[in-house]
Every structure is written in structure tokens, then in C-alpha cells.
Design a protein around this ligand. Structure first.
Ligand code: SF4
Length: 699
């Protein structure tokens, strides 16, 4: 018996990007654990990924190519050889590529965050064809744009220094569930006397552990941030030197802030004036030269509403008012990804477009795009690292689009997901245990290397290999696809990162100042924190942060009086892990949290089946009557696979394709609904309903 340990990196869409240690015995991965040598990981993984062997060796794992043998969406497939699959796919794609390459669409996101198994050979393949480009907006682009327009890029404080903060605002983040390793630093700060404030419509597990919870209405974060600024101004809790030396547009920002007294914001946010005043007092007490450092950990939930970009701008502006950036334990962090010097041109080779400028299709409106009859109509979709039928908004349209008989769909996957059910071909992809990859992160500042720990299972192939094989079948130039995966890993950062160190340790820290903006130097055009953005003004937008009411604001509809957000269930990560039996057993089934008063007004009992609906659609799930929900807001915990839901649907049946103010992002948390007891099954809304979904999981 030979046991070895292999260093890797977690591939999932999580800011922590943990360092993995996989124990392999005689070629079989027996255990995946956190690497204790990596400071951020600290030897600890979340529950989800500590079960990674269960996921990789899952009995439903796809291990051979499959060709559709039934109606679209029925999930009926027949095994075929790789040669048959590749020949047929190439034969279908080649004539489209020759006639109208923009009719071919890649669809991918963060099923892996790896730079190699994400967009490297895949991008080269689609660039060579001249296929439509994909605007990858579905999660973070509103916040990314807001941050970039304010701080210059996706940059922020180093996560480890939250441990030194004296006041931490955990804003729109259930850190215990979705950023466990940041939470460890926050806990350290708490033990050292820091005050923790959670700002979130939902009373999350994280809110339970903070000193205070501010349960504002969804989509009102900018109003709260502006009111905090108001208080900082009127009480002169400001770092005037920092404002003068390192910001742009302060006088205009000051005037905007004065439009937002706490009483106005309290009305908009649905919270008490005193909460705003207290928070401003605490934050102001941390201004430079007075209290200890104040830090904000922002996450992406709050930017999933119409004004998400503006809200991010407003929150990202706050640290400059009190000079928080002067301390390494002060400032804010939404994403650190802009600090990674990734050579995307080397990986993705946009030069292969050879001067062509294909159209760009927004992944967040894939439902409309697939149903658009305008030329060029989408004729083929290649899906990898994503599950749009489950995760894209307004599912009814997404499903109708993927069900089109004249659409040719190929899905690269580990499992037969909701999207795979609509494929013409499913191609088995390797997991992180079986391939090379390299990662930047968005929650810390170490580059991470992933070595393969085991051989590919069954006939699975890395995404890179599948696109190389397809390129060869289609006669695309060999030279563009010759780089092997290890070479691609080396290419991702070139000489900017010591690859020898990555091979040795599995991680390599970037050389970044501990307090990167202590002396200004923001990567904006002005080099300052830009309260006023000339670039936004030039687009006809407000150059200053402002509160924008939701597309579907509370109180704007008599038919749909409840605001719904859809935060992740703790043991799932987007739609990944939903089919891992032990994790699904913890989550149980699709749940909707509803406040006791809202439940009583509708005759809804705790544990009863409810129908959640609006004009776009409906789905059924089980109600949890709980004060985790504030009055007027319900939480559809996600993201369940549709076919594992009570009626083959999930929360995205109700979400809309309306977009944010900037970044062209979806507005998942900007959604009005109504909820009623479900009496469809003989009038007993407390009964467990049998699954009438498409049932393709067969267990
Ligand atoms: S905490 Fe995040 S990065 Fe770490 S193992 Fe879990 S999903 Fe992966």
C-alpha cells in the first residue's frame, strides 16, 4: 500500500480558495483536507469540500460520453465512444462555424475558478471559430464595476488584517457559510475586543454571532451608506487630510451625503434611526488618530439589485472619509482579484480573433437570448463550468430556450445536471483531483497551484483536452492548442510568480503592501479614491454614488407584496454539491424562510408546503416560519437543482432578467413575490409532496 499527499487548491466559487492536501492510497483519493502550511486555510476546509472524495467518486459521476436518445429535457442518453461524440459534434459545429460563427455560443462561469480549466484552451477554441463572446456577469459584475469606478480595480485590504480591526462591518455576507476563513480572522478580532456588526436583510448564522444585526430591506444599502456619510460629515468625524490628499470629488460627495439624514435612510431601509446613528458613531470613532481601525467585509449579495453598482460605490467610499486605509487593519474588502497579474492574453489568445469583433451575449439574459429570433440566431451552445437551467434568472424562458429542437447543445460536466438534461451530447469532465490548474483568488492574495492527485476517472477528460480534441476534429490550427496544462499553469503568471515555489508549496503570496492605500495610490485614472467618477458621468450616469430604488421595490405591487432574496443554502455552493447525498441530507429540501407575522397573515404553518409565485412563475417548497426573515422579506434558499425540487422547479422560476445599474448584472435579490399555502395535494399543505420533477437523478 502506497500513500502519498498531493497539494492542490479548491476550485469552487468562494473567496477563500483553500489549499488542499489530498491523501492518495494506491491511486485512490481517500481524504481531502486543508493544508496546515497555508496560513489562510489553516488546515481547515468547509463541510462541503471536506467531502470532496464523496463528490469525485459519486455513483452518478459521468464517466463516458453520452448522446441524447429521448426528447430534450427528458434526460435520456446513450453511451457513445469519444470518437463518435467528437466526430458528431465537429460535424454539427463545422458548418455553423463556416456559415455564421456567431451562431455558436460558449456558456461558462465559475464551476471551476481555475484559470486553465476555465478560459484558456476553451477561449482559444471559440476565438479561432469567431464564436459569439459571452459577457460573464451572472454573479459579481455590478460590484466589480462599482469597485473599479471607486477604487480603480478589484482591490482592497488584506484579509488577514481583519484580525487587527476594532470595528468590522460584515456587509451582505453570511461569512460563516460563504467565507469561513475570513470569519476566523473576524473571530480573532472579536476575541481581542472588536465590535462586529452584520448588515444583511436576513438574520444569518453570522448575524447571530455579531454584536449587532442591522436587517435592512434588500436593495437599500446605498441609502444606509449615504446616511453614515451624513453623520460623519455633520459630526466632523472625518480625516480631512486623507480626503484632501487622496480622494476626488469630496465637495460634491459631501453635498450628496447631506441629502441623506438618518431619518430618510431609516424610512428607505426599514430600520430604526438609532441604529444608523449608533453605527455612524462607532465608525466615526475609528477615524484616523482616534479609535482603532475600522474594516468592512462586503460580499456580493448586496449588489444583486437594481442599484448594486451604486451601492458598492457608496460602501467603498466610506473608508476614505475616516482615513481607514491608513491602517493595515482598516479599509474594506469586496474582492482582491484585481491584484493578481494574470496574463489572460497568453492563456486566452484574443489574437486568434484575427481582427473579427463577434457580438457579445450577456449570460444573465440567456433566456431571452436563446429565444431571440433575430439574426444570427443562436444555433449551438457549448456549456462548461456552469448550470444555466438551474442558476440563470427567469427559468421558464431559459428552459424554453434550451428545449428548442433546432438548438444543438453540448455540456461538459461531472454530473447530469438540469442543464445536461437538455444536451445533445454530454462530455465527462475531470474534477479538481484529476487535473492541473492554477488560481488567483478574490478573498486573499496568494496564487494557488493545483496538481492532479489521481488519474482521470473512467473516460473523463480535462476541459482543456476536450477543446483540444474538438479543435483537432474541426481542423483548427494545431499550434494554437499545443500547450499542455502544466505549460498553461506556468503561462498564467509568467515570471511574475515563482513557479518553483508553487510546485514546492502549492501557494505563493503576491508582494503587496500591508496597507496598500495608506498613502493613496489607488489604481484609478486620478490615483485617488474617486467619489466622483468622470467615466460614469461620461456614460450619462450619476457620477456620484446614489441610492436607486429596486426595479421591484417593496410596496410597489399589491399583488406581490413580499420581497424575495435567494441566499445560498449553507451546504451548497451555487448549484454545486446539491447532488452530494450527505450534504443534501443536511439541507433536507427546498426551504422558504418567512417571518411569523407574514406567515400568520397567510395561514402558513411552519413546515407546511407553500406556493411562491409572481407574474413570471411559481414553485413549491417547504416553509420555515422564522425570525431569520424580517417582516416583508422572504428567503428562498438556493440553489437547488430543479429536478430535486417538489415540482421540478427552483427559486429562479421567479427571478427576473432585469439588470443592474452598472456591470450588466442580474438582479436576483430584486424580486417581488406572494406566498400561499399549497393546497394542491388534497388540501393538506403540511404533507410532503412526491417529486414530480423530471427525476433524472433516479434516486
Ligand atoms: S471554504 Fe471555500 S475555498 Fe475553502 S474549501 Fe470551502 S469552498 Fe473551497
Amino acid at each position: 500500500m502506497q500513500a502519498i499527499q498531493v497539494r492542490g487548491a479548491c476550485p469552487h466559487d468562494c473567496p477563500d480558495t483553500c489549499a488542499l492536501l489530498t491523501t492518495v492510497v494506491d491511486g485512490v483519493a481517500t481524504k481531502v483536507q486543508g493544508n496546515p502550511d497555508h496560513a489562510h486555510t489553516g488546515g481547515v476546509l468547509c463541510t462541503k469540500v471536506s467531502r470532496y472524495t464523496e463528490r469525485s467518486y459519486h455513483p452518478d459521476r459521468l464517466l463516458q460520453p453520452l448522446r441524447r436518445s429521448g426528447p430534450k429535457g427528458a434526460g435520456q442518453f446513450t453511451p457513445v465512444s469519444w470518437d463518435e461524440a467528437l466526430d458528431e459534434i465537429a460535424a454539427r459545429l463545422a458548418p455553423i462555424a463556416a456559415r455564421e460563427p456567431e451562431a455558436i455560443l460558449p456558456y461558462s462561469y465559475a464551476g471551476t475558478m481555475g484559470l486553465v480549466q476555465g478560459e484558456s484552451i476553451a477561449a482559444r477554441f471559440f476565438h479561432t471559430l469567431g464564436a459569439s463572446l459571452l459577457d460573464r456577469t451572472i454573479c459579481a459584475s455590478a460590484g466589480a464595476e462599482g469597485l473599479t469606478q471607486t477604487l480603480g480595480s478589484k482591490v482592497g485590504m488584506k484579509v488577514e488584517f481583519f484580525a487587527e480591526s476594532k470595528l468590522i462591518l460584515i456587509w451582505g455576507s453570511n461569512a460563516i457559510a460563504s467565507s469561513l476563513h475570513f470569519w476566523r480572522y473576524a473571530q480573532q478580532a472579536k476575541r481581542d475586543g472588536a465590535r462586529l456588526v452584520c448588515i444583511d436583510p436576513r438574520r444569518t448564522e453570522t448575524a447571530d454571532k455579531c454584536h449587532e444585526h442591522i436587517a435592512l430591506r434588500p436593495g437599500t444599502d446605498a441609502a444606509l451608506a449615504l446616511a453614515l456619510m451624513h453623520e460623519l460629515v455633520v459630526h466632523d468625524w472625518l480625516d480631512h487630510d486623507y480626503l484632501r490628499a487622496h480622494t476626488l470629488g469630496w465637495e460634491a460627495m459631501r453635498a450628496r451625503a447631506l441629502e441623506w439624514p438618518p431619518a430618510r435612510a431609516a424610512e428607505v431601509c426599514g430600520i430604526a434611526v438609532e441604529q444608523i446613528e449608533r453605527l455612524a458613531r462607532d465608525y466615526g470613532a475609528c477615524r484616523h488618530g482616534h479609535g482603532g481601525p475600522a474594516a468592512i467585509r462586503l460580499n456580493y449579495g448586496m449588489q444583486r439589485a437594481r442599484g448594486g453598482g451604486n451601492a458598492t460605490r457608496a460602501v467603498a467610499s466610506l473608508p476614505a472619509l475616516i482615513g481607514a486605509w491608513r491602517h493595515r487593519g482598516g479599509g474594506m474588502l469586496l474582492s482582491s482579484s484585481g491584484q493578481f497579474p494574470v496574463d489572460r492574453a497568453a492563456l486566452q489568445r484574443p489574437d486568434l480573433l484575427a481582427g473579427r469583433r463577434p457580438r457579445t451575449i450577456n449570460m444573465s439574459t440567456i433566456g431571452d437570448a436563446l429565444l431571440d429570433e433575430g439574426a444570427p440566431k443562436i444555433e449551438a451552445v457549448i456549456v462548461y463550468n456552469s448550470n444555466p437551467v438551474a442558476v440563470a434568472p427567469e427559468s421558464a424562458k431559459v428552459v424554453r430556450g434550451f428545449a428548442r429542437e433546432d438548438l444543438f447543445t453540448v455540456v461538459l460536466e461531472h454530473f447530469q445536471t438540469d442543464t445536461a438534461d437538455y444536451a445533445d451530447f454530454i462530455l465527462p469532465a475531470t474534477t479538481q483531483l484529476e487535473h492541473w490548474d492554477i488560481h488567483g483568488t478574490y478573498g486573499h492574495t496568494d496564487v494557488m497551484l493545483n496538481r492532479p492527485a489521481i488519474a482521470p476517472l473512467g473516460q473523463a477528460r480535462p476541459n482543456t483536452q476536450i477543446f483540444r480534441d474538438l479543435a483537432r476534429r474541426m481542423g483548427l490550427p494545431d499550434a494554437s492548442f499545443a500547450d499542455d496544462d502544466e505549460a498553461l499553469c506556468r503561462m498564467a503568471f509568467g515570471a511574475r510568480v515563482d513557479f518553483g515555489r508553487l510546485l514546492r508549496d502549492g501557494f505563493a503570496p503576491l508582494a503587496i503592501d500591508d496597507a496598500p492605500f495608506a498613502h493613496g495610490g489607488f489604481p484609478t485614472p486620478s490615483g485617488r479614491c474617486e467619489f466622483f467618477s468622470a467615466r460614469l458621468a461620461a456614460q450619462g450616469l450619476d457620477g456620484l454614488p446614489q441610492h436607486l430604488p429596486n426595479h421591484e421595490a417593496i410596496g410597489s405591487s399589491a399583488l406581490y407584496p413580499l420581497a424575495m432574496i435567494s441566499p445560498p443554502a449553507r451546504n451548497f455552493l451555487n448549484s454545486s454539491f446539491v447532488n452530494v447525498t450527505s450534504l443534501r441530507a443536511i439541507e433536507g429540501e427546498q426551504l422558504l424562510e418567512i417571518h411569523p407575522d407574514d406567515a400568520a397573515a397567510r395561514g402558513i404553518a411552519d413546515g407546511g408546503i407553500v406556493r411562491v409565485f409572481n407574474a413570471r412563475g411559481a414553485y413549491r417548497c417547504r416553509a420555515v416560519v422564522s425570525t431569520r426573515a424580517r417582516i416583508g422579506v422572504v428567503h428562498g434558499l438556493g440553489i437547488w437543482w430543479r429536478k430535486l425540487g417538489l415540482d421540478g422547479r427552483n427559486v429562479n422560476e421567479l427571478t427576473s432578467q432585469a439588470l443592474t445599474d452598472m456591470g450588466r448584472a442580474p438582479t436576483f435579490y430584486d424580486c417581488l413575490v406572494e406566498v400561499s399555502p399549497d393546497v394542491g395535494a388534497g388540501g393538506d399543505s403540511s404533507a410532503t409532496m412526491p417529486s414530480s420533477g423530471s427525476g433524472r437523478l433516479n434516486r
